[in-house]
Write a protein that binds this ligand. Structure first.
Ligand code: IVH
Length: 682
């Protein structure tokens, strides 16, 4: 009997390996060697065996790519190494400046670069533990993303297990999820046939598919992945010389790597690569919005380091924005969160940069004057990436006789309050404050937005209705909403009302940085909110801080400091904060503070255990460094341990870490984690 079970187990494993190899050949190499019918036969055999012997099922079995039950919400994953962004270059001069900075930084006459397409998709991080795909996350804000593991598992070009005998205990692969143009067209045909909404472009389709709570839906939308780098790992096999070797290695681990990646030398070859890819762009199977140049030698990358949130050793050379000609039908005035009155151009629909554009921003009255725009004009619209389309210029020769000048209204078109334009400001503002329904709506939408309190389902239409019906006046009212009140809102089904109430409830547990950002204080964006949270550590301290104290926080100047002081000087704002707290909105006051202020540290709040002798650092030294960056060092390994740092002759703590699946680092892994904290401090 046992022998029989053993044989079945071996067969199950052989089937899994064959199926995954076929997936690799089919989805990555585009070179299947197995007829579809044979593949189906193997898959059914595996399914049947797993049905008969359920104890043999593992999470990394190819049968487990689909079939998970829908989630009620995505949970958050904090990236162990932050996911950074790239600086952009928009023309040859900016690329030349990049190459010059690199050469000067390295003291080299000519530099070798790895060059790659810049995929127009969504950045994700894939974590493999002991060779098994364990978790996958979106980039989010770079430090924390959403756990989309189940959706990523449905992507057949992502290996569920690494095809190596001795996999590393941890390997994080980074790359982009996209939808191939052909799959995008098929999806839109399907949407159309079913009377459902078409997607504007492959990127939106990929984003919409990845953010599904039901992995079954994601599985039906064929997505693709391309690897372009690595994150935290302890892989002894990982090449240490060049980025191109790292990509080749990822290819050997069966990750898809773009065929268009090359290694070139010197400025001219960068520009040649850009031109060559621009020529191929239309014919490429996936959408790109430029190319990326990365210094190839890893030692040189390290030497150049990072500035702010982007590496000095890489740049994205973006394709120019796309433009089209259309007619300006009308100019409406929109009221923003801070009362700014923005003229918005209503355009005759025109297809540009992959989407149909009907609106474009005109920024302010001065801009309309400068560009000599009149209603009725024929205009050139530009759309770059996800940025709001804008009017570039007017074709004056085509101006009709009845074209007329736009006049900025003297009062708010929504609440009728006086509109004023302060000295030195380009925009007119409604003076109605939160009494203006438009400002109130925008403030609530901002409060609920993803980077703020993240209340899913509280979108523009719903906010319009609950504010217009005076069900909600301030963000605090959201937390007093009952199902009954929401159910009265037009077209709100019970289920979605319940979902919104649940999302509001779960938003109560937040972070200080998100809460500060959510308040919508003028001039306080997400990064400033994080700095304030990290440095002041508590809401009360922030509310009491003087302008001088606020200016002690790096990057906060007199204007931002004054906006903060003004905000908290308003009794109404303090009251809303008190009400929000009373309704149960809470955060961990000191979670954002790292021991050494100013350092954004992936070690913050993480628990480490040290075992064995480290090659160059003494234990005390390692402990000191970890603690200086906000980490904690404890004596024993448990499920709560984040990392075990292993030296020579480790003790039983190592075995326990392996058993519990805790991330294991060697000294160089620890050093790179320590290093990644300081880079953010530059
Ligand atoms: S490297 C440290 N390589 O561009 C920088 N990024 O602005 C790590 N992207 O969020 C990124 N193609 O989603 C890199 N070949 C490529 C890329 C690429 C697209 C995206 C990525 C990232 C954004 C950075």
């Amino acid at each position: 009997m046992n022998e029989n079970i053993e044989a079945i187990n071996l067969r199950v494993q052989a089937l899994r390996a064959a199926i995954e190899l076929h997936n690799y050949r089919y989805y990555v190499l585009d070179n299947p060697t197995l007829p579809d019918a044979e593949y189906d036969r193997l898959f059914h055999e595996l399914q049947q065996l797993e049905l008969d012997y359920p104890h043999l099922i593992t999470a990394s079995s190819p049968t487990q790519r689909v079939g998970a039950v829908p989630l009620s919400a995505f949970s958050q994953i904090s990236h162990r190494l932050p996911m950074l962004s790239l600086n952009n270059a928009f023309d040859a001069a900016e690329v030349e400046a990049f190459d010059r900075r690199v050469r000067e930084g390295l003291g080299a006459a000519c530099v070798e670069y790895a060059v790659e397409p810049k995929f127009d998709g969504l950045a994700v991080s894939l974590c493999y533990e002991n060779g098994i795909f364990k978790t996958g996350a979106t980039r989010g804000d770079g430090n924390t993303g959403e756990d989309i593991t189940l959706n990523l598992k449905t992507i057949k070009s992502i290996p569920l297990s690494l095809p190596v005998a001795h996999p590393p205990s941890i390997l994080e692969v980074r790359g982009e999820v996209l939808m191939l143009k052909a799959d995008f067209l098929k999806l839109n045909q399907r949407q159309l046939a079913r009377g459902e909404k078409e997607f504007a472009n492959p990127r939106n389709a990929a984003a919409g598919s990845l953010r599904q709570l039901d992995p079954g839906i994601t599985a039906n939308r064929r997505l693709t992945f391309f690897a372009y780098g690595i994150g935290l790992h302890d892989d002894a096999q990982m090449p240490t010389d060049t980025h191109s070797q790292v990509l080749n290695y990822l290819g050997r681990l069966h990750f898809p790597v773009a065929r268009e990646c090359r290694v070139v030398s010197g400025l001219q070859s960068l520009l040649d690569y850009f031109d060559a890819i621009a020529m191929q762009r239309e014919r490429l199977p996936y959408a790109i919005d430029g190319v990326v140049y990365k210094v190839n030698a890893l030692a040189q990358q390290e030497k150049l380091g990072f500035v702010s949130r982007a590496p000095r050793f890489a740049v994205a050379h973006k394709f120019p924005a796309e433009e089209a000609v259309t007619e300006l039908l009308a100019i409406d005035v929109q009221v923003g969160r801070t009362g700014a009155l923005t003229p918005v151009a209503r355009l005759k629909p025109v297809f540009v940069g992959g989407v149909t554009v009907t609106n474009a921003t005109l920024h302010n009255a001065g801009e309309i004057e400068r560009k000599n725009v009149r209603i009725g004009d024929t205009v050139i619209v530009r759309r770059a990436g996800d940025v709001i389309p804008e009017i570039v210029s007017v074709i004056v020769e085509k101006r009709p006789a009845n074209a007329h000048i736009f006049v900025m209204p003297a009062s708010c078109p929504v609440c009728g309050a006086k509109a004023v334009r302060l000295d030195g400001e380009a925009v007119s503002r409604c003076t109605g404050g939160l009494f203006c329904p438009a400002q109130r709506k925008q403030a609530i939408l901002h409060f609920a937005s993803r980077r703020a309190m993240d209340i899913e389902g509280l979108g523009g239409k719903l906010v319009d209705q609950i504010v217009d019906q005076a069900i909600v006046r301030t963000p605090a009212d959201l937390y007093r909403l009952g199902i009954a009140a929401l159910a009265n809102v037009e077209r709100m089904a019970d289920k979605s009302a319940n979902n919104v109430i649940a999302a509001i409830e779960s938003s109560k547990s937040t972070t200080l940085a998100r809460f500060i950002y959510a308040l919508g204080i003028r001039n306080v964006g997400e990064a400033t909110a994080k700095d304030l949270a990290a440095h002041l550590g508590s809401m009360d301290r922030l509310m009491q801080a003087s302008s001088e104290q606020l200016m002690q926080v790096p990057d906060i100047g007199p204007i931002v400091a004054q906006s903060i002081v003004d905000f908290f000087a308003e009794a109404h704002n303090r009251e809303v904060i008190e009400q929000l707290r009373a309704c149960g909105v809470h955060w961990d006051e000191h979670a954002g503070i790292s021991a050494s202020a100013g350092v954004v540290s992936p070690l913050n709040g993480k628990t480490f255990v040290l075992t064995g002798t480290l090659p160059t650092m003494s234990r005390e030294e390692a402990k000191e460094k970890i603690e200086a960056l906000g980490g904690k060092v404890t004596g024993s390994v448990s499920k709560k341990t984040d990392y075990v740092v292993v030296g020579v002759d480790p003790g039983s703590k190592y075995d326990k870490a392996m058993h519990l699946g805790v991330a294991i680092l060697d000294e160089s892994g620890l050093a790179s984690l320590l290093g990644s904290s300081t880079i953010l401090n530059e």
